[in-house]
Design a protein around this ligand. Structure first.
Ligand SMILES: Cc1ncc(C[n+]2csc(CCOP(=O)(O)OP(=O)(O)O)c2C)c(N)n1
Ligand SMILES: [Mg+2]
Length: 299
């Protein structure tokens, strides 16, 4: 790894750590919530917001911004943490998460929160919106990219696959789907709810450029985004004014990642965490990050 790559990766890892800290702090206000998903997806959100997306913190509606669509409304806690890290939502506001009159409701609402592009509580709609948005942006000559964050549960939805076929058919090369495969859904393990594997082959059959990575490995995530950027913008680019195969990054992640106490929870979809456990969670998170940083220095 070059020193530049090291610096870049360390910056994203630091952002992921702060996103996890924020998510735990928000969860503590309510005593419960979708904390496991936020911790699991923190590395993806950090790679997106600290490294990939073009945005203006002071002008979230700037027309040149890349669009980040959170299909999974219940992951909003993770996105609020990332928006705070990005400077779009004030850090002090995070403690209002889930309270009456807060701009940060438990399920993501585009009309409430700056930087929240869509309301995503009804699963399986993010990619359909991405298709319409990509067609509209291309028609207007706007080269913005659209990153749609999906969960593995959303692969149970027919609308997701209709949109996947539509994106490939219309050659919407500026769409990047990022799927958080945490192997979990509300009713239990994904493998038991509906067998969606082999997932990579399904996306490929729909006409997508497919990569599958460890979604808790920042280096692997950045590599996957770089490969997509090369396809869209580099000297070898196959993207012709926004016409190309759309890209998907399948991210295998661990619910509760970074906090061993939560990684082992059985009822992980909606976690209830005892009052005395929150401090333990923050301590475990900090200890893990310190360890990770020390290992990097030793290498
Ligand atoms: C269309 C639709 N069907 C059902 C639900 C109810 N629901 C809420 S979360 C969830 C689990 C979906 O799987 P996933 O997003 O992978 O869950 P997680 O990884 O967060 O546990 C379900 C079925 C919903 N919100 N929308
Ligand atoms: Mg899931």
């Amino acid at each position: 790894m070059t020193p530049q790559q090291q610096t870049r990766q360390a910056a994203v890892e630091a952002a992921a750590y702060r996103i996890r800290q924020h998510a735990l702090a928000m969860g503590e206000v309510q005593g419960q919530g979708y904390v496991g998903q936020a911790l699991g997806a923190a590395d993806i959100l950090a790679a997106v917001y600290a490294d990939q997306l073009a945005f203006r913190a002071e002008d979230p509606a700037w027309d040149g911004r890349d669009r980040f669509l959170l299909s999974t409304g219940h992951y909003a806690i993770g996105l609020y943490a990332a928006l705070a890290e990005a400077g779009i939502v004030p850090v002090e506001e995070l403690e209002t998460y889930g309270s009456d009159d807060s701009r940060l409701p438990m399920s993501g609402m585009s009309t409430y929160t700056p930087g929240m592009e869509i309301s995503g509580g009804s699963l399986g709609h993010g990619l359909t919106i991405a298709v319409g948005l990509a067609l509209g942006l291309r028609a207007r000559g706007n080269p913005a990219r659209i990153v749609n964050f999906l969960s593995d549960g959303e692969l149970d939805e027919g609308s997701t696959w209709e949109a996947a076929m539509g994106a490939a058919h219309h050659r919407l090369g500026r769409i990047i789907a990022v799927v958080d495969i945490n192997a979990l859904q509300a009713d239990g393990p994904t493998a038991g709810v509906l067998r969606t594997e082999p997932v990579a082959e399904k996306w490929a059959a729909c006409g997508w450029h497919v990569q599958r990575v460890d979604g808790n490995d920042v280096g692997a995530l950045l590599g996957a985004f770089d490969a997509i950027a090369a396809r869209i913008e580099g000297p070898e680019a196959v993207d012709d004014g926004g016409h190309g195969a759309p890209s998907v990054i399948l991210c295998d992640t661990k619910v509760g990642r970074g906090v061993p106490l939560l990684e082992e929870r059985e009822k992980a979809h909606f976690m209830r965490i005892e009052e005395h456990e929150w401090a333990v969670c923050q301590e475990q998170l900090t200890a893990g990050y310190a360890e990770q940083t020390r290992e990097k220095v030793a290498l």
